[in-house]
Every structure is written in structure tokens, then in C-alpha cells.
Design a protein around this ligand. Structure first.
Ligand code: BGC
Length: 767
């Protein structure tokens, strides 16, 4: 392990030293969220050192100007940024007139804990100010899972060596910026700053996108456990409002502020009602009280963990790692709202714009499908269904017509909002994962109805795209797909990326198969789809023709599918021969050198073989793994999990474990020295897959559920649960046995190492 800063613990993320160099990294790692909003672990009190302030509200973004030197036709108009939302956590503290600022104060006994079981963030420390006053501080913060629009903080101050005055000024502030604002601009327009009795509100609107948010706060105090009140002085500025309270305290007293805050936003309520709803919510939260909110938080998370938890025996760091991943995924997306999705950095940073990528379909769906109910995965699919018309517009911008759809590589609302040409125009493989996700969902849930009701429109519009984007090569006597970038972004404008062509071919066949099936079995839906999407019978024939004659790059010499045409012209030198000082290559090499090299950023051919493992025998899989793994640099966090799963399948336990470690504690141990920018949320789903599909060997092809459980030698045992078509199954694997327990009231058929077992309700099978 590179970094032992985080204390190993099964259920908590803990740090017990105050290191100013690590403040921004810890702000990411200790982030909290509840699917509706998220908050980096910024300090409540003032901090003049380095910090990335970050509060985020799901779905709220800003279409920023893009900085592109050389504009190209077809570029999107803007780059979407997840917006830093008004600050709700802030509390200015003065001790006998001196500001409490951890950057200038002597800090002792610093302790911070993110309790994942109960979903709260705690921080305590002793501060000795330059006036000699020592105070003991403890804060506890949560974003309520049950009352999604509510955040609450309990902040206690104890004077240790003096009696005197403590000034506490909780505030809310809309004068916030994005660190990644191109021109140092503000993105919020303030409409109203208002106080009503002991509550304060700021109504602000995002520029251009016009999202309106009412941020509110309400405060209560206690002294030594008894509720107290104090006169407040209101400091109302143009963009912020603070309530200043002064307390005379004695040495050893404990003064506690309970700060309740809320965001109400215009995606959910009419603008004119926002402040009133915010008021009602704050009053209700105060009535419930901090302790009860904390109890409710524990209850909500207990339910989440009931199915989502993975237990690993004999390796605390691995246990902490996997729980951290599961925890963060649940903090990011809870699945009730089909307008929201999972940004690669979730609510933990600004990078990647907080937008939706193919990561959701390729990596996240299996996690949400198995650990929640099917509605959650369905909402993720519906997100894309609702954006189909925008995907059609997007394809039109690139000259691809007749209702063909190209889903954006990066999006907030269905429009493409990323403008590196090699990504926007060329990384068209993302279209394939939209269809793959539908296939995966239907296979797992057996909810076939989804296809006639919604999925078919997406599938056929994407089939239309492939038919037009491919062209017939007279030379090859095949259809080819030219000028693409595969998942491996370390090569651009290549011809016939195997992954893209294979996926396109599969998409086309899948479209043919399903439209024919729907025609027969769901004639009413068939009629509706044909009419709505103006589908002609002849198109289906075309899909078939292109699929049948799709070119797949291959070399006889090595009997291998090639990453793309001409791949073997490259000098093939294994990554192991690169000096450590030259890695990661994306930080050490010039871009042209990367493009010319054989190094693969992330699973590409192997990504395809992972999706369609049932199409290849083990020998073929192994040959490709042995060729591509040594030249893959895994400089995308999405890569090691795929290699780990394949290595497990191929009985390469050391490789599987090595790759697993790279994904599981990527952020906790800050492998890539970039955790300060935010966590790698979408790759966390890959870590979950590395255990459940990798070591656990779960597969779900042909509507069947099968397992081939293995276990790393480093662990004593592990177990996980899945929700399979409404039945909860528990899988346990130790070094000597595997147990499958059906915790539900319906029987479930599974295969284990190719043998069929029927798991009767509430019964266990030991293997
Ligand atoms: C990867 C993409 C991914 C994106 C967001 C990039 O580094 O290459 O495949 O979609 O990160 O996670």
C-alpha cells in the first residue's frame, strides 16, 4: 500500500492527525451525500489554508464556455459543470475575539471519522489560539437519507482553560465559485437574501440554466445539555447572511450549536414556493431534532447495508476498501429520481462536470441492479430513454440522419457537453453500452417488458446509427467503422477498433432479434414503435446485412483479434519494462509519444470480451488476456476491475488480486495522487464487480444465474448478498467451502461450476 494515512477500520474511515498537506484529499475522502445532494468534508469554521469548497445539488449544472483553441464544426456549445452550490455548513467562530482558523491555530488531538454504517461525519480536536485560549471542538454532520433536503450539524465548543466570550455565527453563502470556472466567474445570481425570525434564506438562480435554489438555515443552542437562546445580530450582505450570537461561558462548559439547513430547488417545486417549502422543512427538521435525525439516519443506512454489504474476513483494509466503495455509491445515487445519474466524481469534486458518462451503463448498472430493487436500475435506463430525442439531434449535428441516435459521451440533460473532438465525435462505442445495459437489465431481472415499452426505441435508433456510421469497404468486402476512438483513449482516429465494431455488430443483431420478437409477441407495441419512430421494414434487413458483414480486425500470425487496424505495426514492449520514473505515461510523456506507443489506457478488446464472455471459450480469452494485459497501463480507474474479473475467471489469482487492490483502495490510498479533486465514484462499482463477478464468479447470461466462486489466498472468507428477481441470496465463500443461502420465500435456480441447484426458500446449499 502506498499510503497508510487512513486508519484501517472495518466500518469507519478515520484520520487522527492534522496534516495541512492532506486537507484537500481528506475533503474528498470524507465527503457525505444522500443522492439528492453532497458535501465535501470542508471544515465548518473558517480555514485560510488550501481547501476545495464543495457543496453540490443533484442535477444542477452550468453550461460553461469552452476553451478550445481551434473550433470544429459539430462541437457542442458548452461544457457542463456541476455547480458548486451555496455554502450551508459555514460557522464563523471567535474565542474572546480571536477567529478560530485551523490554519493559524495550534491543533491537537485531531480526529475525523466518517462512519459508514450510520452515515455521519465527526471531527474533534483541541485548538490553542494565539491568545492562549484552548477549546475542545466536536462537530457531527449528516445529510439525511430520510429527509433528503435536510443537512444537520451539531457543533460543540468547550473552553478548556478560560472563562469568557464565544461568538458563533452560523451563515449561508451564495457568493461561491467553481474552482474550475474558466474566467473566474460567479455562476449564481442572487435573487433574495432574507431573514424570518430565527431562519435565514437565500434565493439564488444559476446563470443561463435558470435553476432556482432556496438555501435555508435555522439554529438552536444548548449549554451543558439545556436549550438556551441568545440575542442575535444579523449580518446581511449582498450574497450571504450570518446570525451572530455571543455567549459568556465558564471554563468546562459545553456550548452546542445545532444548525439545520436545506436546499429546495426548482426541479422539484414551483419557484414561488421554494422559500416557503424551505421554511416548512427547516421547522420540521428542528422539531424532529438532531438526535432523532441521527437515529433515522442509522435506520435508513441499516436497510441499505442489509443487502449491499460485502463482508471480508481476515483483511481489515480490504473490508474497509469495499465498504467505502459501496458507501460512496449509495451516497451518490439512490435511484428514486430518473432525472439524476451518477457522475464519475459524484458529489465529491468538480472534475468531469458531475455529468453522466458511459460509466453508468458499463459499470454501475450491475451494482445497483443487484443491491437494490429493479426499479433503481430501470430508472437509470429510463434516464437515457427520456433523452433519446436529444441523442437523435446529436447524431444529426454530425450528419447522421433518419432518426439515428448518438448518445453523448458526457451529458447533463441529454445534450453532448464535452468538446474534445476525439471524444465527442469518435468515442462512439458509448452508444453500444446503452444497448448492452438494456440487455444486461433484462437478462438479470427478466423484465422483458422493458424492451417493448421503452428499450426498443433506443435499440433501433442506435442500430440506425451504426448502419450509417459504418461504410462498405470494397477492398475488404466488409463493413468497416473508420475514424474512431475506443475505450483506449491513448489512440485516436483509428480504423476498426475491435471493441467498437464487435459491439456495433452485436447491437445490430440484438435489434433485429428484438424487433422481430416484438412484432410477434407484442403487436400493439410494435405498431406504436413503428409509427413513433417511422421504422421501415427494409431497415431491419439493412441492420442484418451490416451485422453479417461487419469487419473485425484479426491477425493470423498470432491468432488474435486486434485492437484496431495496424496495431501490430507498433513496437510491443511490456509495461513492466517501462521505468517507474516514466509512469504514469499521461503525466510523463508527450501526447504524440503516447499515441504512437502500444500502451493501452484501459480495457478495450478485453472490455468487449468481458461483456460477451459467453461468446468466447477460455482459451481465446486467455490468449487475448496474455497479449493485452502486459501492455495495459490502467491509467483509467475503470480498467483494473475488468482485468481483475477476467484474471479470476482464468485462474490467475495473483493477477486478479493485484488488479483488485488497484481498484479497491484507489482513493483511500490515493494511488494516483489526485484524490483531492474528488473520488472515482463510477469505478467503485467496478470494485464491487471485482468481488461479486470476479472472485464470486457471478454471471448472468441467457437469463441464468451462475457462480464459480473463488477466494484470494489473502482472505479467510467473504460473503455478499444480491437481490435477484426479488429474492435475496447470500453467497459465502471461505478457503474450504461455498454456501448459497436463499433468504427469501421463493425458490431460485442457480448454477455453480456448471451444476444446477435449486435453492429452496430459507434454505442453504453448501458446496
Ligand atoms: C475514461 C473514460 C471514462 C471517463 C469518466 C476517462 O478517463 O477513459 O472511459 O468514461 O474517464 O470516468
Amino acid at each position: 500500500m502506498k499510503n497508510n494515512y487512513i486508519i484501517p477500520d472495518e466500518w469507519s474511515i478515520i484520520e487522527n492527525t492534522f496534516d495541512k498537506q492532506k486537507v484537500t484529499a481528506s475533503e474528498s475522502i470524507f465527503s457525505i451525500g444522500n443522492g439528492y445532494m453532497g458535501q465535501r468534508a470542508n471544515f465548518e469554521e473558517d480555514y485560510s489554508g488550501d481547501s476545495l469548497q464543495g457543496s453540490y445539488i443533484g442535477g444542477i449544472y452550468y453550461p460553461d464556455k469552452t476553451r478550445v483553441g481551434w473550433w470544429k464544426n459539430g462541437y457542442p456549445e458548452y461544457f457542463a459543470k456541476v455547480l458548486n452550490a451555496p455554502n450551508w455548513i459555514g460557522i464563523h467562530i471567535k474565542i474572546n475575539g480571536e477567529i478560530l482558523d485551523l490554519n493559524t491555530t495550534d491543533v491537537k488531538d485531531f480526529y475525523r471519522e466518517l462512519n459508514m454504517k450510520e452515515a455521519w461525519l465527526k471531527r474533534s480536536f483541541t485548538a490553542v489560539l494565539s491568545n492562549g485560549n484552548a477549546v475542545q471542538i466536536e462537530s457531527l454532520r449528516l445529510l439525511s437519507m430520510q429527509h433528503k433536503e435536510v443537512g444537520a450539524i451539531r457543533y460543540s465548543i468547550k473552553p478548556l482553560n478560560f472563562s469568557g466570550q464565544i461568538e458563533i455565527s452560523p451563515y449561508i453563502d451564495s457568493g461561491i465559485k467553481n474552482q474550475d470556472a474558466n474566467y473566474d466567474e460567479y455562476f449564481w445570481k442572487i435573487l433574495k437574501v432574507q431573514e424570518v425570525e430565527d431562519e435565514a434564506f437565500i434565493l439564488s438562480e444559476t446563470l443561463k440554466t435558470g435553476f432556482v435554489v432556496c438555501t435555508g438555515m435555522k439554529n438552536k443552542f444548548s449549554l451543558n445539555g439545556e436549550e438556551v437562546s441568545a440575542e442575535k445580530h444579523v449580518e446581511k450582505l449582498e450574497k450571504s447572511i450570518a446570525f451572530q450570537y455571543k455567549f459568556e461561558v465558564k471554563q468546562g462548559d459545553e456550548l452546542t450549536l445545532f444548525k439545520y439547513a436545506t436546499y429546495m430547488q426548482s426541479m422539484n417545486y414551483p419557484v414561488e414556493e421554494l422559500c416557503q417549502v424551505a421554511r416548512n422543512t427547516l421547522q420540521n427538521a428542528t422539531k424532529i431534532g438532531f438526535d432523532r435525525l441521527l437515529e433515522l439516519q442509522k435506520e435508513s443506512w441499516q436497510k441499505i447495508w442489509e443487502t449491499a454489504d460485502i463482508q471480508i474476513e481476515g483483511d481489515v483494509k480490504a473490508q474497509q476498501g469495499i465498504r467505502f466503495n459501496i458507501f460512496q455509491l449509495n451516497q451518490t445515487y439512490t435511484g428514486e429520481d430518473a432525472r439524476l445519474n451518477i457522475g464519475p466524481k459524484g458529489f465529491t469534486g468538480e472534475k468531469y462536470g458531475g455529468s453522466t458518462y458511459w460509466d453508468t451503463e458499463a459499470y454501475c448498472i450491475p451494482f445497483y441492479m443487484a443491491t437494490k430493487n429493479k426499479k433503481v436500475a430501470k430508472n437509470l435506463l429510463l434516464y437515457r430513454y427520456h433523452q433519446l430525442d436529444k441523442a437523435i439531434e446529436n447524431a444529426e449535428k454530425l450528419g447522421i440522419k433518419n432518426g439515428a441516435a448518438l448518445y453523448p459521451m458526457v451529458t447533463m440533460n441529454g445534450e453532448e457537453c464535452h468538446n474534445e473532438w476525439e471524444i465527442t465525435f469518435e468515442e462512439i462505442h458509448r452508444n453500444g453500452s446503452m444497448v448492452y445495459a438494456i440487455y444486461n437489465y433484462v437478462n438479470y431481472t427478466k423484465d422483458y417488458e422493458y424492451i417493448p415499452q421503452y428499450g426498443m426505441e433506443v435499440i433501433l435508433s442506435i442500430a440506425r446509427f451504426w448502419v450509417q456510421r459504418a461504410n462498405f469497404s470494397n477492398d475488404k468486402n466488409k463493413y468497416v467503422i473508420l475514424g474512431v476512438t475506443g475505450p483506449n483513449e491513448y489512440e485516436n482516429n483509428v480504423n476498426n477498433n475491435w471493441y467498437t465494431n464487435y459491439l456495433a455488430q452485436w447491437n445490430l443483431n440484438f435489434a433485429v432479434e428484438n424487433i422481430n420478437y416484438i412484432k410477434k409477441k407484442y403487436p400493439e407495441d410494435f405498431k406504436r414503435i413503428v409509427k413513433k419512430r417511422n421504422l421501415k421494414e427494409s431497415e431491419i434487413g439493412q441492420w442484418k446485412t451490416v451485422a453479417d458483414q461487419m469487419y473485425l480486425p484479426y491477425t493470423d500470425k498470432l491468432d488474435l483479434f486486434l485492437q484496431q487496424d495496424g496495431f501490430l505495426d507498433k513496437e510491443i514492449i511490456p509495461v513492466s519494462q517501462l521505468p517507474a520514473s516514466e509512469r504514469p505515461i499521461n503525466q510523463k510523456w508527450s501526447w504524440d509519444r503516447i499515441l504512437r506507443s502500444c500502451y493501452i489506457k484501459q480495457a478495450d478488446v478485453l472490455q468487449g470480451m468481458f461483456f460477451f464472455e459467453n461468446h468466447f471459450d477460455d482459451k481465446t480469452l486467455e490468449k487475448h488476456f496474455d497479449f493485452y494485459e502486459p501492455i495495459t497501463v490502467h491509467e483509467s480507474s475503470l480498467s483494473p476491475c475488468v482485468h481483475s474479473i477476467i484474471a479470476s475467471k482464468l485462474d490467475k489469482p495473483d493477477k486478479a488480486y493485484e488488479m483488485y487492490l488497484r481498484t479497491s483502495r484507489l482513493d483511500l490510498d490515493d494511488y494516483n495522487h489526485e484524490v483531492d479533486e474528488g473520488l472515482h465514484i463510477t469505478s467503485m462499482a467496478g470494485t464491487w464487480m471485482s468481488i461479486v463477478q470476479g472472485f464470486g464468479g457471478l454471471r448472468n447470461f441467457d437469463y441464468k444465474l451462475s457462480f464459480a466462486p473463488k477466494i484470494p489466498k489473502e482472505w479467510k472468507a467473504y460473503s455478499y448478498k444480491i437481490n435477484y428477481r426479488g429474492a435475496i441470496l447470500q453467497v459465502y465463500k471461505s478457503q474450504t467451502e461455498a454456501k448459497f443461502t436463499n433468504l427469501s420465500d421463493v425458490s431460485v435456480q442457480i448454477e455453480v461450476f456448471d451444476k444446477t441447484y435449486v435453492l429452496e426458500p430459507q434454505k442453504m446449499v453448501r458446496i
